[in-house]
Design a protein around this ligand. Sequence first.
Ligand code: HEM
Length: 145
Amino acid sequence: MVAWYPWIELLHLACAIVFVGAVAFEVLVLEGLHKQFDVATMQRIEQSVMARVRRFMPVVVALLFLSGFVIFDVSCDGLQCVGSRFGNWLVLKVVLAFGVLGVFVSAVRASKRGKMDICRFRNTHRVVLALMVGIVFIAKTMRFI
Ligand code: HEM
């Protein structure tokens, strides 16, 4: 095992915490504010949050995926593990991660074009959070199931 490998794992975990944490904040905290503010105020809050998130999240997501590929290469020994039980769970995890990436990229594009309304904003975050719960569950159990 190369000396820098634990750092790559740590980077992957740290980026996952920031990415999942931001989405959880949006679903669990921001959505709860809808009852307290009118639609226009809520739209301004959500646009400001999105503008702030757009500044750093693309870098976090890029590092999450890059580190993911390195960990994949090491823990799967290239593509050797594919077909084994662990390998199949790992492939499912990666497929779900690409699902998240697809939804994330289309949401960032829509918000840049000003096409992100409250309904889409809310649904996007719910779908992404559900996928992420699945990814983290698989990540932490795939060696044992
Ligand atoms: C939304 C994107 C992703 C999230 C939230 C995520 C989350 C996680 C988490 C929480 C872990 C456990 C880390 C630990 O306990 O130290 C993990 C492990 C791992 N992830 Fe990801 N990940 C994502 C994307 C990816 C991608 C795109 C790949 C590969 C291309 C990948 C490959 C791996 C591998 C190989 C492991 C280690 C599994 C093991 O050997 O036990 N991940 N991931």
